[in-house]
Design a protein around this ligand. Sequence first.
Ligand code: AMP
Ligand code: GLY
Length: 423
Amino acid sequence: MRVLVVGGGGREHALAWALARDPSVDEVLAAPGNAGIEDVARCVPVEADDIDGIVALAEAESIDLTVVGPEAPLVAGLVDALHARGRLAFGPTAAGARIEGSKAWAKELLLRHEIPTGRAEITDDVTRAVMLLDAFEPPWVIKADGLAAGKGVVVTAHRQEAVAAIESMLVDRIFGSAGDRILIEEHLEGREVSVLALTDGEAVVPLEPAQDYKRALDGDRGPNTGGMGAHSPVPEVDHDLAKRIAAEILEAAVAALAAEGVPYRGVLYAGLMLTAEGPRILEFNARFGDPEAQAVLPRLASGPAEALLACAQGRLDRGTVTWLPEACVTVVLASGGYPGKYRTGVPIDGLEEAGKTDRVAVFHAGTARRDGRVVTAGGRVLAVSALGVDLAEARARAYRAASLISFEGLHRREDIALEAARG
Ligand code: AMP
Ligand code: GLY
């Protein structure tokens, strides 16, 4: 099988890495890839959101399956464009990707089908939005409807900040049309977990749960980021809770989509809050999580190609996904200043040594090659994933390998999986 991975971040490196090790895969291509993906795939300089370019590449290279990493091309209809040319793709069509592309649409779908989620109001009117604050208890949760590069959510206990957030979205239009409508949501309390599932629109195969660390600093302080680390499994999600999440949320959502004429094929990512009343949906994504993918994919015992192809072809079978008994911990190495301003082009040392460590994979997120050296090229630079017999061993191994890597301004959290590893 010839596979094309679309994207160039840590998630796509993990996908390309897992696919390249799969005996049923003959060649992996990546567009555009990055300096690490080059080690496992042939990188072609076509941007992930260049829909015509990706379709042309899939045709020219006789690609059997195109695996789409990021949300933007999904929402923009890359999978539809591939289908129009008779090409198989892993990922939902634009209609399905609305589950991530429009938080208002997703929320209405959940409420219509009574899938567990927080109460919310949706409006495009600034006066009404401000009045609606009184219908909710602080802290207030204000969300832009559309894609806002992970910055579209404001959670604040200060009324003035809530009003400012509403005005910035609806009046100043800081997110452009993505903020044409906003949601004001009930604030949910509890622990956040990510549970992803593969689906062909009917069958739903949950993946092992993952814990993401969104804040920049230890102790869950500092600004929200794309994710500073992850681990899998998640001790709080035991067998019974996992079954409940699969039935009440993942299967229910796929069935709801199908009932509304949207057959959803690909990966459905449920961002969940484990509340005292049970699991509640915070958000859906139409793609693998980053860095969740880097902590979940190394735990696969089966090759991923057959399962991804089966999703695309509508013949997914539970037996196609099997797991290693080991745990995985992923530590992200970021540029100093991220998620704010940071430098790029900084040379990275120690990659080879770290990569040689047993049971460790160093996934590149934001890197480039310059004059034969690997340099930083993004906010999140690398994700170091390690397997171990339990979270404690995986954690020790991940930090040991991560410590071999250095670059000026490197920032990482020191507490990834710390609490979970203590049991
Ligand atoms: P998102 O960008 O949608 O992942 O949201 C960013 C973060 O905001 C989430 O990871 C949660 O920590 C928080 N958040 C979003 N919605 C809610 C909510 N309804 N209640 C509490 N926290 C929320
Ligand atoms: N790690 C959060 C996300 O991928 O959306």
